[in-house]
Design a protein around this ligand. Structure first.
Ligand code: FPP
Ligand code: MG
Length: 297
């Protein structure tokens, strides 16, 4: 993974601008899931490292924009770039990383370049849907799944498919694996927002609901409680939640098995991903699924 980090830094260094490099170095580093995926599927080569660095630059760019859109002051327990330098800087740094990634993509074959650029368009469509759905309480599971597919799963799907293209593996198999991994990843992310404390999350807990995001456990809960509780849940939507409100939500979710069933749903997506690659004899790809489902932050 070290090589991927070096390549990402080199792409930024090629701008020959010490301020931009300094900003880039303050971007909180993530789990590099997409890069890992590429290296596990395509093996270790100059091209696979380069592709991994490109996808991670694009992903970092999307989070720089996302933290502005979500008013998020922390990312992975660290100050976000928008918290440190303001929204304008975060947006422009995102644009820089995204353009450098795209420029580097042009050396790859057109099927790889197309797969990734289509996914980036979907990312933005998904983020826009997320913003739109946040205007009111959404109890439509299909809309939520469509939104998380575009916002999160599409780039993971494209990373997986493009890695397969690089080494002439069956693209359909890896595409399906990546899609289900990506969906499961976002469902787990949404569950952790409710179950983990803010210290572990590196951001305030139950922040999604305050931001207007009615994620899967909230949808399950809403459909399973009586009218009085429905009314109470709606009254808390987008509000600053007190400690008592948070406890009420969590207890109701436990009682109604809304959290457990959301976890089961993520596990089902994970097993669909495993099913897709069952004949590929790649244990590390199976491990990525189990680790992702069992992660606690
Ligand atoms: C995180 O969702 C957001 C994404 C995975 C995608 C964001 C995409 C854009 C802003 C489109 C712009 C794209 C580019 C390349 C500039 P979240 O808010 O649910 O997750 P979080 O808890 O990690 O913030
Ligand atoms: Mg966000």
């Amino acid at each position: 993974m070290e090589k991927v980090e070096v390549l990402m830094t080199q792409m930024v260094e090629s701008l020959d601008d010490s301020y931009i490099l300094e900003l880039f170095q303050k971007v909180p580093k993530g789990k590099r899931l997409r890069a890992k995926l590429i290296l596990k599927i395509a093996g270790l080569s100059d091209d696979s490292y380069k592709l991994a660095a490109i996808i991670e630059l694009i992903h970092a760019a999307s989070l720089l924009h996302d933290d502005v859109i979500d008013d998020a002051l922390t990312r992975r327990g660290k100050d976000s770039i928008n918290a440190l330098f303001g929204n304008k800087t975060s947006i422009m740094l995102g644009d820089i990383l995204y353009s450098k990634g795209f420029a580097a993509l042009s050396i790859f074959s057109s099927n790889i370049a197309q797969k990734i650029s289509n996914a980036v368009a979907l990312l933005s469509v998904g983020e826009l849907l997320d913003v739109k759905l946040s205007h009111s309480f959404n109890d439509n599971e299909e809309l939520y799944m469509n939104m998380i597919y575009k916002k999160t799963a599409s780039l993971i799907e494209a990373a997986s498919a493009s890695a397969a293209m690089l080494v002439d593996k069956d693209v359909k198999i890896y595409e399906l694996y990546g899609k289900n991994l990506g969906l499961a990843f976002q469902v787990i992310d949404d569950i952790l927002d409710i179950t983990q404390d803010s210290k572990k999350l590196g951001k305030p807990s139950l922040h999604d609901f305050k931001e207007g995001k009615t994620t899967l456990p909230y949808m399950y809960l809403f459909s399973r409680v009586d009218d009085e509780d429905k009314k109470k849940l709606l009254s808390l939507f987008k509000k600053d939640l007190s400690q008592d409100d948070k406890i009420w939500i969590k207890n109701k979710m436990q009682e109604s098995s809304s959290l457990d069933d959301s976890i089961l749903y993520a596990k089902k997506l994970g097993s669909d991903a495993l099913e897709a690659i069952k004949n590929e004899e790649n244990d590390s790809l199976s491990k990525i699924i189990t680790e992702m489902i069992e992660r606690d932050f």
